[in-house]
Each structure stands twice: as C-alpha cells, then as structure tokens.
Write a protein that binds this ligand. Sequence first.
Ligand code: SF4
Length: 475
Amino acid sequence: MASVFSGVLQLTDLDDFITPSQECVKPVKVEKKQGRSVAKIQIEDDGSYIQVNQDGEKQKLERAKITLNDCLACSGCITSAESVLITQQSHEELFKVLRNNTNEKEQKIVVVSLSPQSRASLAAHYGLSSSETGRRLTTFLKSLGVHHVFDTNFSRTFSLLESQKEFLDRFQRKEQDHKALPMLTSACPGWICYAEKTHGEFILPYISSTRSPQQMMGSLVKCYFAEQQGLSPQQIYHVTVMPCFDKKLEASRSDFYLTNNETREVDCVITSGEVLKMLEEENVSLTDVTPMPLDTLFSNVSGNEYLSHAGSSSGGYLHHVFINAAKQLFGEEIKELTYKTLRNKDFQEITLERDGVVVLSFAAAYGFRNIQNLVQKLKRGKSPYHFVEVMACPSGCINGGGQVKPSLGENPKELLHKVDELYKADLPAVPEEDTHVAELYETWLQSVGSDRAKELLHTQYHTVEKMTNGLVMKW
Ligand code: SF4
C-alpha cells in the first residue's frame, strides 16, 4: 500500500537558481587604470556602458556578446541565463525568419511548439484560461506567417512513457548495476548543464536517457512530420516556446544537430516573456485576438481544450513513473499521490510500502540547494531513493526564468500561484491511454527499427571539462 503523506508543492525560496559565474555577472562600477589616469565605467539607464575618463570625457563602449557556444563552453553558470546575450535564438530572429519567408520556392514551413507552462504564464498575464490563450496564440502566430502550432504536452507523453519503461528496466538491473538507481530525471537543462560540468562521470550514469518534451518534439517535427509532408528537415523552421532560457542551451546541444541535414531539431527557442514582447511589438493584446481552433496533429487536446498531465507542473515525471512502477512491479493501483515535505517545500518524497517495508522511494528535488544536498547524499552512499524528479528552478518550470515577469506592484508569489492554478486547470491526460501516441509507436517507431527509435527517443550526456581560469565558482 502506498504511504500517504500530506503536503502539496508550495512556493518557497523563489530565487534558489544557479548563480551566474563571475564572467557573466554585470559590473556595476568598474575602475580601470589607463596609463596614469583612472577611467570609470558606468551603466546608463538604458543599460549601455559608458567609459568616463579623468577629465569627464565619455565614450560609449560596445557590448560584449556571448553566444550560446561560449555559454556552453564556460564552466561556470548556465541557468538563469538572463544575463547572457543570446543572439542565435531570440524573438528578433524569429521575426526576421518570418519576414524573409516570402519567396515561395525557398519558403520554410514554420512550426511553433508551445509549452503548457508558457501558455499558463501568458494566460495569467492576460486574465484568460490556458486553453483560450493557446487558441488566441494560434491566431496571433499564424497571422505572422507560422504554419503550424503544436503543443509540447503531446511530445511529453512520449517522454513520460519512455521514462516509465526506463525506470522499470533500471529497477530490474539494480543488483548488477550499482548506478542503475536512483534514476534522475533529465528534462531540465539547467540541472543537466550543472551535472555535466560539476559532477561529470560520477553523476551522469544516474541520469535518465529519455529526451525532454522539447527534444521529443524535435524528433517528431524534423523527422516524422518532415517525412510525412515530403520535406527535408532543413525546409522546416522549428520554434519552441519555453518557460526558461536554458531550453535554448538544450536545443543547441550537438546531440540534437542533424549532421546529414545540417539542421537542428529545434531551430529557435523563445521564452514566454519573449512571446509577450512579440505581442507588444506588434501592438496586439491577446484579449483582443479572435481565438481559432487548435492544431490537432501534435497536440494533446480534447475538442478545443488542451489536456495536460497530472503531477507537478514540471511535467509530472515522479507522478507517472511512480504510478506505473507501483502497478508493474508490485501490482498496486495508486489513484492519488500525496507527498511528504522534507526540509523545505521544494524537497518532497513519497514511498510505497509492503508489509511495513519501503519498496519504492521517490523524491522531487527542486532548486540548487536541494540538488546539491541530493548529490552529496549520493556521493556518501546515503540516498534512499529509487527515482528523483530534479528541477533547477525552485517551484519547478512554472517559475522558470523566462516566464512573464510580474506587472508593477504585482506580488511574485501571488503571480506564481495564479500560473500554477492555470496550469493545473487543463484536463488531465493519462499517457498510457493516448491512442495517437500509441499509433505512432506502432507505425513510425516500429518502422524505423529499434536502434533508430532509441536515437529518436533518447539522448546522452557528456562530462564537460572545467575551465581553470581561477574565476569559476566552486559548487
Ligand atoms: Fe527550465 Fe524547468 Fe529547468 Fe527551470 S526547472 S531551468 S524552467 S526546465
């Protein structure tokens, strides 16, 4: 029988993100010796940098640009990448692609995949329901020249099903492979970057190889959809709308580059906040947009309403893997999960007991303090868990750094609560009951063979060597 604990995910320390490395921290005031004179660098209200020499002469400095590759090569920060000037993936870039996409012969098919967390964030901003926001965003994006608007809840169904299978496999080989468990989730690129750079070889075997919903959608759009449409993958420009900047880093990983076709599975990632900027730059308020029917090809919808997954608003991995494992391994049908809150609300656990013995022990660890504690426990051989849903952001993906910021005077915790409620208002979907996904497993994935199917649904991680410049923070 499942142990039942009280407690739901609550909002705690909203700022427990990874701290940016020294290289990426903006200087507030820098004094620089120029020969004998001293020059000061000051930041203007518009964010520009001005060098002021001793006799008061001012000179505007060029902004240093950090590309995604620089960012990936750095051994310091990754998450909370607001301070990183990302040039390849931005709403300006998307506007550019859409405006230049008029030549019929060279026209790209533009696909946008919306995350449910971004829909909820924009819904809270405009006072709409999450589904209504999706319908209106579909109208807005199509008015700009987007051809299809999909939903990453659909690709998340693949991620959840693969995670369930992977957990069963790891559980069954836990006696032979001492790093089979705990299985640590992999959908959060902030956590993955941290793991690769700070705990490399030790931690990577524990991390689930299952692709995140964004990269599952990458496979679906650039491989399956392209083939169905008689297109090559480069003829599709695939954009995702995500709650954080870290997803840009995920999309730019070399593992998700289709070398033969010289294209990425996801070409551009924009955040919820950037979608808001696009609306504002086009002088459009979503409240004035006429909603249109949702694209159903790769969307989790029932009629005109989106379906989402039960469990956390970071994807519900713990929820779905726990329920499946309890049933498959111990014949227990679990209808509802409630969690025991440990040292803080961002660290929760749940267990399944049989005859007073814990047979399954799962946890959710959000925010870097909890992640660091988890890693330390693992290193000391003191982790009691079989599975951990790991997310870099405190409170998870609804609190991602790319979500719409609170309006002037708006309380951030209240906004977060509102976004959470809107996210959870979507009707729940059960991954195992999704007939469209089951059909794709049978047709598409069986036809490509098991090795190729594995590539399309899974990925791998790599130890990243630390830079030794003396400035990198010790984690
Ligand atoms: Fe992005 Fe979610 Fe990870 Fe935050 S927890 S960095 S929003 S994937």
